[in-house]
Design a protein around this ligand. Structure first.
Ligand code: IMP
Length: 456
């Protein structure tokens, strides 16, 4: 991937390749806002992974929009908003988001969905719930036993993401968006799928739901397919045509690198490749077309769901950060786990993604919390290491080693230059840049588009 020297917001005379925006932590880094800011200098915004488990909040002129499936770029009239083949689409949720946006006067005509994106069906959501219930029970029964963490709940969003990706890999009976417009194919596939699902779920004592009727499901999905048909197309050719036409694409990562199924804290991860490495497979656009990879990170760490998080706090500072940062899930409303910034994790994520620069978000939230701690290494079995441990069991043993930095008071988020930030905030930025080895080119100090420092 090319190193870029043009910064995150190149002018119209510079036409570098496309841009990727990816989360460097466990999600909720504020990617939606960054994508929204960058959308202006791009021609299309593309999702390549995940599904309605992702939650992107964007505030435009005081109006808050919470999106799950639709790329944040939809808020720019006239931009293409593309859901690539690597996304798993809950078509009813998609229609719901489209209707909500249309009711608020947003033009959604730029939305296109890959015919190869897999469909999240009602049985996937039930399977997700039942699996979590079974895991909870197993976890209770095995508590205290070595290895029990592997049996514990993942704490999924229950949006059917894992079961849908599992069916994609399994192939038989898996349904793609294009199938919604082919009634005969859809019916046959649903017969196969319901036979498997009813047997699988019916055999589990934790399932109390009704059996799935393939005919009724087919009728329901055909109706959804009729409504979505105008948006369903071959997005691989579409994206390549756009690139051939000198159009600039913006790839919007869902979830985040530490939740990546290959490179995250497995098994406490989601089921897709969330890092920039997923763009090729999830869109059909090869990596050399991506010039800039913007890694988005918060000035502290949060996590939703289960799994290790070495810098987690359970004290008043955590409450203060949680409330100042409105750290409650966009998708599930769950309070997020909160902790100090973990730069071992961020440096690892930046390396895996090939990030070319950083967007730092939520800097304002640390105003007034007192001295700031930053994790720069782990102690494990009496040894000190500075490598991340992308494994749910191994990372549980890691004890953070902190450096303490002077804090800073709450400040007006109207700075237009790094020099206007409080001394303590500037020192934190310098510290992060030195430690990660990348420039911070965007600093977000509040939810609105205006509360942002660019080329920081
Ligand atoms: P799933 O993606 O619903 O299967 O959930 C797997 C894990 O990823 C759970 O711990 C979720 O809380 C977490 N997760 C999935 N998507 C996001 C996200 O966009 N932000 C934060 N956590 C997420």
């Amino acid at each position: 991937m090319n190193q870029s020297t043009t910064g995150p917001f190149p002018g119209p005379s510079q036409r570098p390749d496309s841009t990727a925006v990816v989360g460097l932590q466990w999600g909720d880094e504020g990617k939606g806002k960054i994508v929204d800011l960058l959308a202006d200098t791009h021609d299309g915004v593309v999702r390549y992974n995940g599904g309605a488990n992702a939650g992107h909040t964007v505030v435009v002129e005081g109006q808050k929009y919470a999106l799950h499936l639709i790329p944040s770029g939809i808020l720019y009239p006239g931009k293409a908003a593309i859901i690539g083949n690597g996304v798993v689409v809950d078509p009813e949720q998609l229609l719901h988001e489209l209707e909500t946006l249309a009711d608020r006067g947003v033009d959604t005509s730029g939305l296109l969905v890959s015919d190869r994106a897999h469909v999240v069906m009602p049985y996937h959501k039930r399977e997700d719930e039942v699996r979590e219930a079974v895991l909870r029970k197993t976890s209770d029964e095995t508590e205290g036993r070595p290895g029990a963490v592997q049996a514990g709940q993942i704490g999924t969003t229950k949006r059917g993401i894992g079961p849908c990706y599992a069916d994609k890999a399994q192939r038989s009976g898996a349904i793609r968006m294009g199938d919604l417009t082919r009634p005969e194919v859809l019916r046959t596939k649903l017969e196969i799928a319901c036979r498997f699902k009813n047997n699988l779920l019916g055999g589990l004592e934790d399932d109390e739901g009704e059996t799935f009727d393939p005919q009724a499901l087919a009728a329901r999905m055909e109706e959804v397919g009729r409504r979505l048909e105008p948006m369903i197309c071959d997005t691989v050719y579409l994206l390549h045509e756009m690139l051939a036409d000198n159009k600039r694409l913006l790839f919007e990562g869902g979830n985040a690198t530490l939740l990546d199924v290959d490179h995250g804290t497995y098994p406490f991860v989601t089921s897709s490749v969330c890092s920039a490495l997923g763009i090729g497979a999830g869109t059909g656009v090869p990596p050399q077309r991506i010039g800039r990879i913007l890694g988005v990170m918060k000035a502290y760490t949060t996590r939703v769901g289960a799994g290790p998080m070495p810098t987690e706090l359970h004290d008043q500072t955590a409450d203060q950060i949680r409330h100042a940062g409105r750290e409650f899930g966009t998708t599930t409303g769950r309070p997020r786990r909160v902790g100090w910034l973990d730069l071992v994790a961020v440096r690892y994520s930046a390396m895996v993604n090939g990030a070319t620069c950083i967007a730092l978000t939520m800097l304002d939230v640390l105003g007034g919390v007192g001295p700031i701690r930053v994790c720069t290494g782990y102690r494990i079995d009496g040894r000190t290491i500075d490598r991340f441990l992308p494994d749910g069991q191994a990372l549980r043993e890691a004890e953070p080693i902190y450096e303490e930095l002077e804090g800073f008071e709450p400040f007006e988020s109207t700075a237009t230059d790094r020099q206007q930030l409080p001394d303590g905030a500037r020192r934190l930025l310098d510290f992060i840049e030195r430690h990660v080895g990348l420039p911070i080119e965007v600093v977000s100090m509040g939810p609105d588009r205006a509360q942002t420092l660019v080329h920081a």
